[in-house]
Design a protein around this ligand. Structure first.
Ligand code: ZN
Length: 149
């Protein structure tokens, strides 16, 4: 097994959700041993594959689509539950999370890093395209660093 495929597997994990990618599935895709994929996962400190992760995510995404209402200009408001401080939350068996985190993954195909906040001016907007995580906010800030927060 070459170093190149180690990188390829690490990239495959980074591009998706490690909880939804089985060692066996990646081993088949890259033509390497299951133990090798398991080692990449372990060394990167990634969560284990769980058969339920995908079905829970699909269920929560259906609920988010059902309860999001377009309010113009691509923004969406939440017609479901909110937390004590007004943050849209969504609950399915096995998962309770903020709508922003689910919407972020729907738009980006990967789980968010750090907090998720809408990048637009609509308070608690839940439009997938409006959600930002820490790396995205850092990238948006970079060109105008020093011009203010
Ligand atoms: Zn928005």
């Amino acid at each position: 097994v070459t170093a190149v495929s180690y990188e390829a597997i690490a990239r495959a994990f980074a591009a998706g959700d490690p909880r939804e990618l089985s060692d066996r599935g990646l081993a088949d895709r890259f033509g390497c041993k299951v133990e090798f994929v398991a080692r990449v996962r372990r060394e990167a400190g990634l969560p284990r594959y769980t058969r339920r992760a995908r079905s829970i995510r699909e269920r929560v995404e259906v609920k988010v689509r059902e309860l999001s209402r377009p309010v113009g200009d691509g923004h969406q408001e939440w017609a479901g539950q909110v937390s004590g401080d007004g943050v849209p939350v969504v609950r399915v068996p096995g998962l309770c999370t903020t709508v922003g985190r689910v919407a972020f993954q729907m738009a980006n195909g990967r789980p968010p890093e750090g907090n998720v906040k809408p990048g637009c001016a609509l308070a608690h907007c839940v439009a997938p395209g409006c959600q930002t995580d820490r790396p995205i906010r850092a990238a948006l800030r970079a060109p105008v660093a020093g011009v203010g927060a």
